[in-house]
Design a protein around this ligand. Structure first.
Ligand SMILES: C[S@@+](CC[C@H](N)C(=O)[O-])C[C@H]1O[C@@H](n2cnc3c(N)ncnc32)[C@H](O)[C@@H]1O
Length: 482
């Protein structure tokens, strides 16, 4: 397990890495990427770091996971650095061959150490601590609400990626994990990044935090559903989606009124039950904004989950075993997404926001606006909505389209990180264009009916439904929003 040398030595190591250019910008410039190679990229990255320089020795050891001979390590890395790496357990020796025991991955301007990938092929695989470069970690990172808060909890912290980014906009962060290795990495990474407001506590679920309450809870829990318990970092140890259900059920007790939980989640759709009802039954005393990604059939899910991070097949049971497990439980699909719960002791709402594409840039502000939009709609009956003044969103893009039958339409797209899109016909586009931030909704409905020479009474219901959909998706924004 990684050891924790004194703070000053960890900091010296960080200064050395910085001085060598071991950061997002310079690694991208020199070897094309600042992350471990994806499947098939290894040879290219090996070639790109072939010249023996100090930076390339670090890249071989801590990004590429390639062996370096002991003489090269001692010749190119200062003694102080080598002895630090040895004391902290960052290197693995096999005779004269040295390999990184950890990967060190830059994410923005922070560095995260975690287990090297070769550990997945050893007896320690079950307790593998995930790298900061995974899709799920960065999906949650991009979506995290970044308003300043007092107390944040990162439940299942792994290498500490969410805890350390939250440390920048929280007075205090508590990072918990059932894995002692994960806690050790989060402590190490906090020091490596000179971050001092993160308290790390080992334990399961909410047990380590007793009766404390938080302003923000973030969690990328072990949400994978299936018959495997191969990896503690991903395999939910309970039946179906039970681990996430328990987390969602317990979370409200640990949230201050108005506080948020953001957690990645996968849940099943079983025969005879709608998936929305399933998660809605998990939630109490909270509003819920559900970011819903594309569901997978049991067969596609089994294929995906019987491969590991690098696409290699893993010892997590055969696809047939996974499919049989889903058949036994009458599972028709697995739904991935992110749940955002907001503690609210009054009447609650649940809103589903479909996600058509991946998240590749910060979108926390869009999540906050999505929640505010639903609040606005919940507070508006038809009369109030008709009296409201709305405008088109600043980041709305509209593109002319033509269907195969030659019918002209418009594709709306919001450039807000959530890839929100809608295809609308020319009539609806004309209605939308009436929202200039000055007219009320009632005026826009009236103007549309007048130009179309239609009966306003008959049109109003349908047009208000359209307005509600456009507000919830963020295409139309209430005038009072910033
Ligand atoms: C998918 S990993 C996420 C790690 C990190 N937060 C990230 O996003 O990369 C899930 C983490 O939850 C931890 N975990 C598993 N079961 C847990 C439990 N019962 N209570 C707390 N943490 C748990 C695992 O050890 C692992 O570090």
């Amino acid at each position: 397990m990684i050891q924790l040398p004194e703070q000053s030595r960890v900091y010296e190591f960080r200064v050395f890495l910085d001085a060598c250019g071991y950061n997002t910008e310079q690694l991208t410039q020199r070897i094309g990427r600042a992350r471990p190679p994806a499947q098939g990229e290894e040879q290219q990255m090996f070639d790109d770091s072939r010249e023996i320089t100090v930076l390339n020795v670090l890249v071989r050891l801590f990004l590429l996971g390639a062996p370096v001979d002991r003489d090269t390590v001692t010749e190119f890395l200062p003694d102080l650095v080598v002895s630090f790496c040895n004391d902290a357990g960052l290197l693995h020796y096999d005779g004269d061959i040295v390999t990184g025991r950890v990967v060190i991955i830059p994410v923005e301007d922070l560095l995260f150490a975690s287990d090297a990938f070769w550990i997945l092929g050893t007896g320690e695989a079950r307790d593998f601590v995930l790298p900061a470069s995974t899709h799920s970690a960065n999906f949650l990172r991009y979506l995290t609400l970044r308003d300043h808060v007092d107390d944040t909890l990162d439940l299942g912290c792994g290498c500490g990626i969410h805890a350390l980014f939250a440390a920048r906009h929280s007075t205090r962060v508590t990072a918990t994990d059932i894995s002692p290795q994960a806690i050790a990495y989060t402590r190490f990474n906090a020091l490596l990044n000179d971050i001092h407001n993160v308290d790390c506590i080992e334990g399961s679920l909410f047990e380590p935090i007793a009766d404390r309450r938080f302003d923000l809870i973030v969690s990328n829990p072990p949400f994978v559903i299936g018959p495997s318990e191969t990896f503690a970092y991903r395999d939910n140890p309970l039946e179906l989606d039970e681990f996430c259900r328990i987390l969602v059920g317990q979370a409200p007790r640990y949230l201050k009124e108005g506080a948020h939980l953001q957690m990645l989640c996968e849940w099943v759709e079983v025969e005879g039950e709608s998936w929305v009802d399933r998660i809605s039954n998990w939630i109490t005393a909270c509003d819920a904004w559900v970011l819903h990604a594309t569901p997978l059939s049991p067969a596609s899910y089994a294929k995906q989950r019987t491969s590991d991070l690098s696409g290699e097949s893993v010892n997590a049971g055969s696809q047939q075993e996974w499919i049989a497990y889903f058949d036994r439980h009458q599972v028709r699909a697995v739904h991935p997404g992110m749940l955002v719960l907001r503690r609210n002791d009054a009447a609650n709402w649940l809103h589903v926001h479909n996600l058509p594409a991946d998240i590749t840039e910060p979108a926390g502000a869009a999540v906050a606006r999505g929640i505010a939009a639903v609040d606005f709609l919940e507070a508006c009956d038809d009369e109030a909505l008709l009296a409201a003044t709305l405008r088109l969103a600043d980041d709305l893009e509209a593109e002319q389209t033509q269907s195969e039958g030659g019918i002209a339409g418009v594709r709306l797209r919001l450039d807000n990180g959530l890839s929100t899109e809608a295809d609308i016909d020319g009539g609806v586009a004309a209605f939308l264009n009436l929202f200039n931030g000055k007219r009320t909704v009632g005026d826009s409905v009236g103007e549309f009916a007048r130009v179309a020479d239609a009966d306003i009474e008959q049109l109003t219901g349908d047009l208000l439904s359209i307005v509600r959909v456009f507000v919830s998706r963020g295409f139309l924004v209430p005038h009072e929003f910033e």
